[in-house]
Every structure is written in structure tokens, then in C-alpha cells.
Design a protein around this ligand. Structure first.
Ligand code: ADP
Ligand code: ASP
Ligand code: MG
Length: 411
């Protein structure tokens, strides 16, 4: 007998038919004699709809009340799934995050899981119940409900799997696995049979929403297969096709890169005409970090006529705050001007093979040149290359780069 954690995303439980489809997958797993813990997200677009509802009432609602509202989405889906399983004749119980032992930090809207105390889950499994847990939520030290940030149900599932030393953690979604690019945007995208934690973590962080990046971080940290034998699998709830296994040492397929990702939640800020002298970068970025503003790509021009420009990117929600910090500081650092642009996107390629293969960057830039797309900024690390471009070029860029690295069979 194994312990299997199965997570179903919003589209997998969008309506009654889909809920019964999920109930079928869960009970099939249970029938084989396994212990089953199921994590579910809110149905379909429920979370987005709730956010819209809140905006109608109060666009500046407190984060606490937002979490009180958003956690209700998952409460609906766990109870409906439990009812469907009851109807199929199997023993089942649904639990909210706090009942399942999810203790989080107090940061409403982006809480971190501090500890999962799975006593109640264990008790229910001992009674041979199927346990359905609300994803994306927990409770903080004030006794308030919190949410883990968008896409957080993946993290809930991996947290349970690691704390309970599950044998398998399956993330069921609306595509058949992890692809070389978003299969809804890139028709030639290929499904990967395996991918390493490191590559998946980069892809998730750079915009491939199929897995939440914190969930991959957690799986990498705690899911060492040799230790607990936890495997993380991404697969479809709608077809029976084999999915993608995310693991420490993935089988290396004969590919230079494992994927292309796009992130449109980016804004570029440029500080124009600062004096070309030591200490400027230190001063600017320490001011920003004091306000908890994370900076991503940074580009500094060579000094000319005694001045230089510094550009960097932040997430769009931090843009206004970052500009305010710089405006307040502008005269102290003698900057001429501060400009920003939120009509930008970051397109990235990820691949462990990059370290050992020359010419990958050149190939990516050639694809951009062929498509006549201008690159504004470039950033690289051992296993990724990112370019910042105009947002209107983003989908074209992803396709051009993907076609360059993964030409279709006819080409
Ligand atoms: P769920 O509701 O199941 O959590 P998400 O919408 O969060 O599902 O994630 C699945 C979606 O991720 C897919 O429908 C797909 O459009 C998108 N996606 C983006 N990049 C990739 C990729 N590289 N591989 C697979 N899916 C991707
Ligand atoms: N329902 C939440 C969201 O839409 C959590 C999740 O789907 O993982 O972000
Ligand atoms: Mg998701």
C-alpha cells in the first residue's frame, strides 16, 4: 500500500462533470488499496471572480479580508468533490487548510507554510477515509486564514507529500505535462518525459505557470527520492497519457534547452544621467531593498561625458513604489530623469546543457533577429538566458525561439 497525494487544479474541477471525473480518478487510486490525500483548487475562474467582486466593493480592501474571501473558493470545491465521492459510495472527508494542519506565516496573500501538522489527516487515513484538503490556504498565529499566493495549491500538495513522506505526488492539470513551451501558445511544443528540479524551478519562476515555483523549491528541498522516495508527476486529469516526472537527476534528452517561458508581469525602470562615480549602484539598490523591492535584470551603461544610465526590472505591482523611492532620492544622487515602461515582457530559455554547449545565446539572439524583435536587456545564469522585449512581441518571440531550438519535423 502506498500513500499518494493528488492535486487537481481549477479547470479539473470546473463543473459537475469534471468534479465526477476527478472523483473517478481518486476512487480508482483508493480502490487499489492506496491511502489517498487529495488537494483541490477553487473551481475554474472562481479566484479571479472573487477578486473582481472584492474590487467592486473596495479596491483597497485589506489583505486579511481578501484572504477571508479567497479561501472560500477552495471551501466550495473540497465539499463538492467530497459529495461526489460520497455519491460513488466511498468514505471521504473534506478539510480546510487549518483543519489539515497548515500553519503559515502571517503575510496575508503570500503566506509561507511554516509547518504542516498532519495529525488529523493521519487519523482520517487510519479510518480508511479519502481525505480532501483545501489547497492554497492555511492559518497564521493570529488564528486567521491566509493564502499562499496565486497557484499556491501546488505547494500545498507538495507540502503534504513531503511531511507525510508520500510515495507519489501527482499534480493533475489541463495539459498532459510539462512542455518545451506553453502548449496553448506554441503549437509545436513537446511534452517532456522528465525534467530536473533545477530546470523546472527556473521555468516556473520565469513564467511557466504549470507548476508554482515554490512547490518545485519545496519538492527539491524535501523530496529527495533516495530519502523518501517521493516522485513529483505533472499529468492531465482529462486524458490517460503519461505525464512529466520532475526529479533530481532527470534523464537528459537530446536537447540543448528544456524550454522557453514568458513572463509579462515585468516593468522596466531607468535612471538616466547619474554621475559616473563609485557607490551609486550600492546607494540605489540598497534604498530599494530597504523597501522590500526585489530587482531582477540590471543593466548599466558605460559612463560617457561623466554620466551613465542604470536600468532594472521589477514586478509590475512594485513599479509605482520603486519610482516613488527613486523620485524621493533623485536629487541626492544627482539623476537627470527617471523613466519607466510596463509594456515589456521577459522571454527566457532554460537548459542544463547550456553550461557545456557554446553558441546557445547566439542561437537565441539569431531567432530574435530573424523575427526582427529588438532586445532591450539581457540576463544570463548557468542554466538560463532571459531577454527583455516589448510585450507586443512576446508571443512571436517565444514561437521564433522555440522553432529555432525545436524545428518541426518538416523543417
Ligand atoms: P491548474 O489550474 O491545473 O493549476 P494552471 O493554469 O495553473 O493549471 O497551469 C496549467 C497551464 O500552464 C496550462 O494550461 C498551460 O497553458 C500553462 N503552461 C505555461 N507554460 C507551460 C509549459 N511549459 N508546459 C505546460 N503548461 C504550461
Ligand atoms: N485558487 C488559487 C488560484 O487561483 C490557487 C491555485 O489555483 O493553485 O491562484
Ligand atoms: Mg496552477
Amino acid at each position: 500500500m502506498s500513500l499518494i497525494v493528488q492535486k487537481f487544479g481549477g479547470s479539473s474541477v470546473a463543473d459537475a462533470e469534471r468534479v465526477f471525473n476527478v472523483a473517478g480518478i481518486v476512487t480508482d487510486t483508493y480502490k487499489k488499496g492506496n491511502d489517498v490525500v487529495v488537494v483541490v483548487s477553487a473551481q475554474g475562474d472562481t479566484t479571479d471572480d472573487l477578486i473582481e467582486k472584492a474590487k467592486e466593493i473596495n479596491p483597497d480592501a485589506s489583505k486579511r479580508e481578501m484572504d477571508m474571501l479567497l479561501t472560500s473558493g477552495e471551501q466550495i470545491s473540497i465539499s463538492l468533490l467530497a459529495m461526489a465521492i460520497e455519491k460513488l459510495g466511498y468514505p471521504v472527508v473534506s478539510l480546510l487548510g487549518w483543519q489539515a494542519g497548515f500553519n503559515t506565516s502571517s503575510a496575508y496573500g503570500s503566506a509561507r507554510i511554516k509547518r504542516v501538522i498532519p495529525d488529523r489527516i493521519k487519523k482520517e487515513l487510519d479510518k480508511r477515509n479519502i481525505v480532501i484538503v483545501a489547497g492554497f490556504q492555511g492559518i497564521n498565529r493570529y488564528g486567521d486564514m491566509t493564502t499562499l499566493g496565486r497557484g499556491g495549491s501546488d505547494t500545498s500538495a507538495v507540502a503534504i507529500a513531503s511531511v507525510m513522506h508520500a510515495d507519489l505526488c501527482q499534480i493533475y492539470t489541463d495539459v498532459e505535462g510539462v512542455y518545451t513551451a506553453d502548449p496553448r501558445k506554441v503549437p509545436g511544443a513537446r511534452k517532456l518525459s522528465e525534467i530536473s528540479y533545477d530546470e523546472m524551478l527556473e521555468l516556473a519562476t520565469l513564467g511557466a505557470q504549470v507548476l508554482n515555483n515554490r512547490s518545485v523549491e519545496m519538492a527539491k528541498k524535501y523530496g529527495v527520492p533516495k530519502k523518501y522516495n517521493i516522485e513529483l508527476e505533472v499529468l492531465s486529469s482529462l486524458t490517460k497519457a503519461p505525464g512529466t516526472i520532475v526529479k533530481e537527476a532527470a534523464k537528459v534528452e537530446k536537447m540543448l534547452i528544456s524550454g522557453v517561458a514568458k513572463d509579462t508581469n515585468v516593468a522596466r525602470i531607468s535612471i538616466i544621467g547619474v554621475p559616473d562615480r563609485p557607490g551609486l549602484a550600492f546607494k540605489i539598490f540598497s534604498k530599494l531593498s530597504a523597501k522590500d523591492i526585489n530587482v531582477d535584470i540590471i543593466l548599466q551603461s558605460i559612463g560617457r561625458h561623466g554620466t551613465k544610465d542604470i536600468s532594472f526590472t521589477v514586478t509590475q505591482d512594485k513599479m509605482k513604489e520603486a519610482i516613488q523611492v527613486l523620485e524621493d532620492y533623485k536629487s541626492t544622487i544627482d539623476a537627470e530623469n527617471i523613466v519607466c515602461d510596463d509594456k515589456v515582457a521577459k522571454v527566457s530559455i532554460v537548459g542544463a546543457g547550456m553550461e557545456t554547449h557554446a553558441g546557445i545565446a547566439a542561437k537565441m539572439f539569431e531567432a530574435m533577429f530573424d523575427a526582427q524583435i529588438n532586445i532591450q536587456m539581457i540576463a544570463t545564469s548557468e542554466i538560463k538566458i532571459s531577454v527583455l522585449i516589448d510585450v507586443s512581441d512576446a508571443d512571436r518571440a517565444v514561437n521564433a525561439i522555440h522553432n529555432k531550438f525545436f524545428p518541426s519535423e518538416q523543417d
